[in-house]
Design a protein around this ligand. Sequence first.
Ligand code: NZQ
Ligand code: ZN
Length: 386
Amino acid sequence: MNNFEFHNPTRIVFGKGRAAELAKLVPVDAKVLILVGGSSAEKTGTLSEVRLALGDRMTGTLSGIEPNPEFDTCMLAVQRVRQEGFDFLLAVGGGSVIDATKFIAAAVPFDGDPWEILLKSGRNVGSAMPFGVMLTLPATGSEMNNGGVITRRSLAAKLSFRSRHLFPQFSVLDPTKTYTLPRQQLANGVVDAFVHTVEQYLTYPVNAPVQDRFAEALLQTLIEIGPRLTAAEEPDYDDRASLMWVATMALNGVIGAGVPQDWSTHMIGHELTALHNLDHAVTLAIVLPAMLSERRNQKREKLLQYATRVWHLEHGTEEQRIDAAIDHTRSFFEKMGIPTRLGAYKLNQGDVNKVIDLLEKHSMTQLGERREVTLEVSRHVLESAL
Ligand code: NZQ
Ligand code: ZN
């Protein structure tokens, strides 16, 4: 296992009906800007529940944060926070609202053009406003980590940032808040959490059995509950709760501590979203199976471990077991209603070329745990996903 530091200050408040505890979690004298996405938080009643819990604190609400949040929208919020003097941000939503809130928290005190935060991946963030989260969509893990992703459509750019100043102070995780999610968003959540785990697990062995077994537990839980969640007519509390906790644990630093990490599937996926506005998880479902197949030699030992321990594939040659593990992964995504080929989204060779150009523009030319995913490798991956 490699050396590491682990620090995660986010307090998790988990369970049914716990939104009321925002009354204690948010400082009593705070002037709070509540941030929401489109209309879901209002329609589901979560927004009024949050307002009720905040009592007579001074509050404002900013709605309209898009899925794959837009830089310009965040900048409107930054202006409003500065003008009206809010001193606490409360994100009510999924990864997009949380990421936007993180960016706004960093941008308000930032000296200079906040676009620089994204150009430097957050390394230039010196401070941030305090913020908390009321989670409505389990997927990204943003509720317990210090990273985010912001899109600037006019530049076809989707860039990530992180900083030690950007952990939420707290996140309220109420699994019943997921009951209103459309099937597609549930499937997206399962896929995103699955791929987060794979990006940190499926690299090369470094004698980190705790991280490995923990990652395998997360993957196996998702394999068990995923198809059930997307097929169920009625929401099941226990499955919703498991999804929420898996998604949070998959990207809060625990399984990634002291192990090599890949993230090439994510980086290519971000370009696909920037160009074609595909859901984040959809891009991962397309890229991951092709990426694993392309890099089977570099990932051989971990792929075999994945085949045996996660999919229980014990028979056949090494090559057959690796193929079967990748096929199982693909079918798992497809079974939940997410096609895994670019063609299914009407994308073709010309679109592959555009993704490669964008990767080059963003210096994504040496991705992966050994930095060997060059533009040529990315091209092979995308072409094999056509
Ligand atoms: O906008 P509203 O009306 O609220 O509707 C949202 C949105 O349309 C809806 N929704 C959310 N909660 C709901 C609900 N609908 C009904 N009932 C509820 N309880 O769901 C739609 C999608 O929401 P969004 O927040 O965009 O989804 P997700 O949580 O998947 O977030 C995706 C974003 O997170 C980034 C992605 O790149 C993407 O921009 N990521 C963030 C990461 C991080 N911070 O660590 C890591 C991830 O890899 C990812 O890149
Ligand atoms: Zn993701």
